[in-house]
Design a protein around this ligand. Structure first.
Ligand SMILES: C[S@@+](CC[C@H](N)C(=O)[O-])C[C@H]1O[C@@H](n2cnc3c(N)ncnc32)[C@H](O)[C@@H]1O
Length: 458
C-alpha cells in the first residue's frame, strides 16, 4: 500500500524551523512529518523546496528566508560553506551552547529513556576559535606543486586551504610550508583512483604549552623522494619542530594511518602539558585536540570521581594516560587500559616523566582486560570510561555491573551511544546523577559530556 505523505518531492512550501538535528540541520515539520534542511535555525521562517522524501522524513533546501533568528550570525570563515568541517558557524556561540545542551537532554531522553536528570549548561570557551592542536589534511597534485586542504562536501576532490579558523595558526603555517617543500622536491600526491603517487596526508601536531611541533608525512610508499633535502628545509623553516615522522599506508582505504611508523628526524614524541602534568605524545596516540577544554573536562571527571586518597580507580580507554594521571593525584591506585600499544608506551613514559608511581597500564581491549582483572580480584571503587564514538562494549558494561564500583564516571564524545550505555548501566543497578556537557569542539555540532553515575544499593 502506498503511504500518502504530507509533502511530495519538488513541492515548494512555507515552514518554520522547530529544532536542530545533531548534524546542524534545521528541522521543519509538516503534519508531524520532519523535513531536514541545511542552514535552517530554530524559530526561522522560510520557503523551502522539498528535494527528497522517505517514509519517515524528508530533506529540503532553503529557497528564501522570510524571518531570521536573533542567533543567526555571519560565518567568519570564507570557506565555511564548501568545507563542511564546521557546521554551526552561522549560529552565535551562545546559541551553539544552548543547542548542544538541548541536544544532550533530548538524546538522553529519546534513546536512553533517562528522565529527570540534570543536564547542566554546556561549559564553553571564552574564545571559541583557533583551539585545535592537530591538523590532518589530504594532499593533491596541482601543476608545479601540491595542494592540501579538505575534501569538498560529498566528494573526494581536494580544495586547497590556507587557513582554518578553528586550527592553531601554527598548524596552518606548518601545513603550508610542508606542502610547498614536498612539492618543490618532486613528491607527488597519492591518487586514490589510480592508487599511485606518494604523499597521502600531512599531519601537524602542536604542543600549545611547549611550542613543540610534530610533522607526520603519511605516504603510500616506503620511499620518500629527496628525503634529506625535505627534512633540511623543514627544520630550517619551521621553528619549534621537534619530530618528523613518516607513516606508511600501502592500502586502498579511507583510513588515514597505516601500520608502519618511523622517525625521519628528531624525537619520537613531542611534549605538552594539561594542568601541571606533562605528556609525551607520539604520532599514533590519541590526544585531545582542544587542550584548554580538556583541562575543564578532566577537572570535571576528577570532581565527579570524588576521590579521598583511599580509592582504587580503573580508567578504561585511557589513551596516553591523560585522565589516569589526573586521577592519581587523589587516588590510592589507578589502573589504565588502552588498545593502542604506542599509547600505552606513552602512558608509562608519562607516569615516569611526572614521577607518578601509583598507576599501572595495560595494553588490550578494555572488554577483555577489565574482566580478566576482575577475575584476578582487582576491583574498582570508581570506574572511568572514555570510549571512542561507538561507545562501550557490552561485555565491559556487564563487567562494570558485576564489579559494582560505587561510581562510574562516563566521558563521552557521542551523546547517542552515551544514552544507550547509560540505559544498560541503569538497568544494571546504577543511577545517572548528573551530566555536564563540555564544548570541546566550538563551531561544530560535536559535544562532549561527563556523566556521574552512582550505584543504587538495594
Ligand atoms: C576518546 S579516546 C580517550 C583517550 C583518553 N581517555 C584521553 O582523554 O585522551 C578513546 C581511546 O580508546 C581507545 N580504544 C578504542 N577501542 C578500545 C578498546 N576496545 N579497548 C581499549 N581502548 C580502546 C582509543 O585508542 C583511544 O585512545
Amino acid at each position: 500500500m502506498k503511504i500518502q505523505l504530507p509533502v511530495q518531492k519538488n513541492d515548494y512550501i512555507d515552514v518554520t524551523f522547530v529544532d536542530l538535528t545533531h548534524d546542524g540541520h534545521g528541522v521543519a515539520k509538516v503534519d508531524g512529518y520532519p523535513i531536514f534542511v541545511p542552514n535552517g535555525l530554530p524559530g526561522e521562517k522560510a520557503k523551502i523546496k522539498v528535494i527528497k522524501v522517505n517514509k519517515g522524513y524528508g530533506f529540503g533546501r532553503i529557497i528564501e528566508l522570510y524571518e531570521t533568528s536573533p542567533d543567526r550570525v555571519k560565518p567568519d570563515c570564507p570557506i565555511y560553506k564548501e568545507c563542511g568541517g564546521c557546521q554551526l558557524q552561522h549560529l552565535s556561540y551562545s546559541g551553539q551552547l544552548k543547542a548542544k545542551q538541548k541536544q544532550v537532554k533530548d538524546v538522553l531522553q529519546r534513546i536512553g529513556k533517562i528522565e529527570n536528570v540534570t543536564v547542566h549548561p554546556v561549559l564553553g570557551m571564552e574564545d571559541p576559535w583557533r583551539y585545535r592542536n592537530k591538523a590532518q589534511v589530504p594532499v593533491g597534485d596541482r601543476e608545479g606543486g601540491l595542494i592540501a586542504g579538505f575534501y569538498q562536501h560529498r566528494s573526494h576532490d581536494i580544495i586547497d586551504m590556507e587557513a582554518c579558523l578553528i586550527q592553531q595558526e601554527k598548524n596552518d603555517t606548518v601545513i603550508q610550508t610542508v606542502k610547498e617543500i614536498c612539492g618543490k622536491h618532486g613528491v607527488r600526491a597519492y591518487n586514490e583512483g589510480t592508487h599511485k603517487g606518494t604523499l597521502r596526508h600531512i599531519m601537524a601536531r602542536y604542543g600549545m604549552k611547549t611550542g613543540e611541533v610534530m610533522i607526520v608525512l603519511i605516504t603510500r610508499t616506503t620511499d620518500l623522494p629527496n628525503k634529506k633535502a625535505i627534512i633540511d628545509e623543514i627544520t630550517a623553516q619551521i621553528p619549534g619542530v621537534k619530530s618528523i615522522v613518516q607513516n606508511i599506508n600501502t592500502q586502498r582505504t579511507n583510513v588515514i594511518f597505516g601500520v608502519e611508523t618511523k622517525v625521519l628526524w628528531g624525537e619520537e614524541v613531542i611534549y605538552d602539558y594539561i594542568g601541571n602534568i606533562k605528556f609525551a605524545i607520539s604520532a599514533r596516540s590519541f590526544y585531545q585536540v582542544n587542550p584548554e577544554q580538556t583541562k575543564v573536562l578532566y577537572d570535571q571527571a576528577l570532581k565527579y570521581a570524588g576521590l579521598t586518597g583511599q580509592e582504587t580507580v580503573i580508567d578504561a580507554y585511557c589513551g596516553i594516560g591523560t585522565i589516569s594521571l589526573f586521577l592519581t593525584e587523589k587516588a590510592k591506585k589507578v589502573y589504565g587500559v588502552e588498545i593502542v600499544p604506542e599509547a600505552i608506551e606513552d602512558a608509562k613514559r608519562n607516569a615516569e616523566l611526572n614521577g607518578i608511581t601509583n598507576v599501572e597500564f595495560a595494553v588490550g581491549e578494555a572488554e577483555r582486560v577489565i574482566p580478566k582483572w576482575y577475575s584476578e580480584g582487582i576491583t574498582a571503587d570508581v570506574l572511568v570510561v572514555d570510549p571512542p564514538r561507538k561507545g562501550c562494549d557490552e561485555t565491559l558494561l556487564q563487567t562494570i555491573i558485576d564489579m559494582k564500583p560505587k561510581k562510574v564516571v562516563y566521558v563521552s564524545c557521542n551523546p547517542a551511544t552515551l544514552a544507550r550505555d547509560l540505559r544498560i548501566l541503569e538497568d544494571g543497578g546504577y543511577q545517572t546523577v548528573e551530566v555536564q556537557p563540555v564544548d570541546m569542539f566550538p563551531q561544530t555540532t560535536h559535544v562532549e559530556c561527563v556523566v556521574l553515575m552512582s550505584r543504587v544499593e538495594k
